[in-house]
Design a protein around this ligand. Structure first.
Ligand code: SAM
Ligand code: SF4
Length: 355
């Protein structure tokens, strides 16, 4: 049984093969999209809820959350992972909302780790619960973490996250390192007027620590489009600011499907990553898709196209049907985002998509 594509956004740019014969999506081998990109990385949003309200991600009040019965259950989620592994997905990232507030998190991680074909499970977290969870997560099979941290100034941190406790997050990062959730990567969304000056102190962390500090250009997801329009700080500007203080950065590389271009401060142990989704998009090497907490495969972060897996799961789809649907979603993945043509995502905020 193939359930017809149910786009909830604008039509995909990819050739419309939604009505292709079912056999087309049941061929063996790893899934490729219609542009030849191998898609093997699934980012799973475990919840759309969060214990922070970062200015670049969520509104302060009145955020909309999916009702619980619309969220995938643990068993449904693990079925999707198994089906994704069948069509060649090898890497999973758990995200959110805040993934560490999902009930049964450790059992979910263990279930994914036990799925044949999955060779890496990472997590993006705000770090607030990491001090107590790092070692149990490692024991359950998590391989590494990215922790979001936008400044080293506790007052500013509270302002940007609207209430976050810097000391707890810092303790969480250290616990993650002790637990071996390495290499540690720290994500910083640079927002003009909030933390554009803080990049200097954040970059300094890499002088003596083997961490990667990743500077991310703010993206105009639903709910924060206006702020993004005024506040994107292009990577080139951050690099110029850092070079004024530290001297010329050394280019290390741009590796495979990693969206970050990697540099090093002179003499540093760790590295800097620049994720320039707005000023220099990297769609040609995209290898990823997203699963929302309410069970939609989201085909491109900056577009609205989705395919409804929850309907299939609850409509009696077999494992083979699910695998075929995931292969179909991969095939229909659009080429690139439409920001240069003024097409902006309108349906979901970043807290639903997981970054
Ligand atoms: N709550 C977790 C966290 O903050 O790490 C995971 C979810 S969060 C949505 C995933 C990543 O998206 C974080 O690194 C966050 O900084 C980033 N992010 C959130 N809103 C963004 C935006 N508008 N543009 C670019 N990155 C954003
Ligand atoms: Fe929550 Fe992460 Fe969004 Fe901040 S970036 S509000 S921590 S989901």
């Amino acid at each position: 049984m193939i359930i017809p594509l149910q786009p909830t956004g604008k039509a995909a740019d990819a050739p419309d093969l939604a009505r292709a014969p079912a056999e087309f999506y049941r061929q063996p081998g790893p899934a490729h999209d219609s542009f030849g990109r191998r898609i093997n990385y699934l980012r799973i949003s475990l919840t759309d809820r969060c214990n922070f309200r970062c200015v670049y991600c969520m509104p302060e009040h009145g955020a909309h959350f999916a009702p619980r019965d619309e969220l995938l259950t643990d068993a449904e989620l693990l079925r999707v992972v198994r089906a994704a592994a069948q069509v060649g997905f090898e890497k999973i990232r758990l995200t959110g909302g805040e993934p560490t507030i999902r009930r049964n998190l450790l059992a979910i991680v263990a279930g994914i780790a036990a799925t044949p074909g999955i060779r890496e499970i990472s997590m993006t977290t705000n770090g607030l619960r990491l001090a107590e969870l790092a070692q149990p997560l490692r024991d359950a099979g998590l391989t590494r973490v990215n922790v979001s941290i936008d400044t080293l100034d506790p007052d500013k941190f509270r302002r940007i996250t609207r209430g976050g406790d810097f000391a707890r997050v810092w303790a969480g990062i250290q616990a993650a390192e002790r637990a071996g959730l390495t290499p540690i990567k720290l994500n910083t969304v640079v927002v003009r007027g909030y933390n554009d000056e803080d990049v200097v102190a954040l970059a300094r962390l890499t002088l003596e620590r083997p961490w990667q500090l990743r500077f991310i250009e703010m993206m105009p997801l639903a709910g924060v489009g206006e702020l993004a329009e005024q506040s994107v700080v292009p990577s080139a500007e951050i690099i110029a600011r850092l070079e004024q203080v530290y001297g010329p950065l050394q280019f290390v590389g741009w590796f495979g499907s990693d969206p970050a271009r990697t540099y090093r401060l002179p003499g540093a142990v760790g590295t800097l990553g620049f994720i320039s989704s707005i000023s220099e998009p990297f769609c040609a090497t995209c290898n990823r898709m997203r699963l929302t907490a309410d069970g939609k495969l989201h085909l491109c972060l900056l577009r609205d196209n989705e395919l409804d897996l929850r309907a299939a799961l609850r409509g009696g789809a077999s494992d083979e049907d699910l695998a075929a649907l995931i292969r179909q979603a991969v095939w229909l993945k659009p080429w690139g985002h439409g920001l240069p043509e003024g097409i902006k995502p309108t349906l979901r905020g970043m807290s639903e998509l997981g970054g």
